[in-house]
Design a protein around this ligand. Structure first.
Ligand code: COA
Length: 245
């Protein structure tokens, strides 16, 4: 049976609940890092927004087999006008279907979709940034409860050219009653030649990346009162460059 890769555009689609129940719950067992079905639906309803020169577009693709969802990827295209970046939200494949190339196909779809958005909005797509569980920041219990060995996950991304940004990122709470997440690090994948082999990232570039993440994925209130965002802002002011390792 072939695998169908379907973009979810209808907020009432059953694919949203299937993706959540069949893929996200298993792949992201920590409920505090996981969007629930109402949040996923809201993302599909809002899908596009603009604010001044900023353009944001949400995408959710599911991998379906025999009528069920066995994997998926969600991400944002975010443009500042002249240049744009992609921001990963979730990627997951059901355990029994891993190591068959579905993850690679979902990564390809994400890249192609971001380039198509950049062409549509006539801007320069610089990079993709994702959040990855950082085993050096995780407690033993968090490592034990993870859905895969976090060191292997880091290697999975590294082999594909993603590099960790040495910055103390905090994912702001995704619901008011949830805590912020302290064990994620940002990884960057360059789409443009001048960023290949980058060894460091400037404060201004990192500020844009953090701004995008917090604006799209995290905040439950105004950004300027969010304690996680304020902490990152103050840490940013202390260094001019941050290592990319
Ligand atoms: C990360 C994840 C999405 C990868 O999905 P996947 O479908 O297993 O990915 P792929 O099959 O494309 O690649 C996995 C490995 O299997 C190998 N593989 C792919 N097709 C294969 C095949 N036909 N035969 C043998 N090996 C194969 C790949 O080469 C790859 O190994 P590599 O990293 O050494 O190159 C999946 O492990 C997952 O859901 N993890 C939990 C959630 C998660 O951590 N998401 C990432 C958050 S940042």
């Amino acid at each position: 049976m072939p695998i169908d890769y379907v973009e979810v555009l209808d907020p009432d689609s059953e694919l949203i609940a299937d993706f959540h129940d069949n893929v996200l719950v298993e792949a992201f067992p920590d409920k505090y890092v996981r969007e629930d079905i109402p949040i996923l639906r809201k993302n599909v309803i809002v899908r596009n927004w603009t604010d001044g020169n900023e353009i944001c577009r949400y995408h959710l693709f599911t991998a379906c087999k025999d009528g069920g969802v066995i994997g998926g990827v969600s991400f944002y295209f975010f443009s500042f006008g002249s240049y744009a970046m992609g921001m990963g939200s979730y990627i997951g494949v059901k355990k029994e279907h891993r190591k068959g190339g579905i993850g690679r196909k979902l990564i390809d779809i994400r890249d192609q979709t971001l380039f198509a958005d950049a062409r549509e909005f006539d801007c320069y797509l610089k990079e993709l940034v994702i959040q990855v569980n950082d085993p050096s920041l995780m407690k033993i219990e968090e490592i034990k409860n993870d859905s895969m060995d976090p060191w292997k996950r880091e290697m999975f991304w590294r082999r594909r050219g993603y590099r960790k940004i040495a910055f103390n990122f905090v994912q702001p709470a995704i619901k008011p009653e949830y805590p912020p997440i302290e064990y994620l690090s940002l990884h960057i994948y360059p789409y443009v030649y001048e960023l290949k082999d980058m060894k460091r990232i400037s404060r201004d570039e990192l500020r844009d990346i953090i701004y995008c993440f917090v604006k799209c994925t995290g905040t439950v209130g105004p950004m300027d009162t969010d304690p996680s965002y304020l902490r990152m802002k103050s840490e940013l002011s202390e260094q001019e460059y941050f290592a990319v390792i």
